[in-house]
Design a protein. Structure first.
Length: 197
């Protein structure tokens, strides 16, 4: 009986050790070094700063866009207007808005700020991806996509003067603002890491 009890205890000890070993190996196999965590936290704080700046720029852009939509006199016949090729028409329309003396100055500022917003949103997406926090990455990528699509709607508005394009810009603006508000909420502090073991 004593031999049987001892054998059972040895088997339980071996089984318990085999259950614990993979968990310990898994915990020790991929620890995140403190330097890597600090770098990621620093990038996430940089993403927070960029998100705040883009949020302010979006609000300014929205106000300028409303002014352009309500008060600016945009000629219906300009280079790119009514073009059959959307991309060629968009290029000529944007170039006209930025360089022509016949384009309203407020329109040139609106278009220029839109181009800067596209560049800034792409850089924020890069920072978020390098920071490796899933929520921030998704919000940054979606925000950049919304700003780019809003730019296409703006070019479409110059090409055709359709109200639907202006409405699309407003909706995409709202989604982009929400995305950057999410980033501000998620990146308020260092990421919490679960200690191994």
């Amino acid at each position: 009986m004593t031999n049987l009890t001892g054998a059972i205890r040895r088997r339980w000890a071996i089984a318990d050790a085999s259950r614990r070993e993979p968990a310990a190996t898994k915990g020790d196999a991929a620890p995140v070094p403190a330097a890597v965590r600090a770098t990621r936290d620093r990038r996430n704080r940089a993403a927070r700063g960029w998100a705040f700046g883009l949020l302010l720029a979006l609000l300014v852009q929205f106000g300028i866009g409303m002014f352009v939509n309500l008060f600016a006199n945009i000629p219906l016949h300009h280079p790119g207007y009514g073009a059959k090729n959307f991309f060629a028409g968009s290029y000529h329309s944007v170039a006209w808005a930025e360089t022509s003396a016949h384009a309203p100055l407020v329109l040139a500022f609106h278009v220029g700020l839109g181009l800067l917003l596209v560049l800034g949103s792409l850089w924020l997406a890069v920072l978020a991806i390098r920071g490796r926090r899933a929520g921030i990455v998704w919000a940054a990528v979606l925000g950049a996509l919304c700003i780019i699509l809003a730019g296409f709607n703006g070019a479409s508005f110059l090409n055709s003067n359709r109200d639907a394009s202006s409405y699309g810009m407003a909706l995409l603006f709202a989604v982009a603002v929400l995305c950057y508000a999410v980033i501000l909420a998620l990146s308020g502090g260092p990421e919490r890491h679960t200690p191994a073991g």
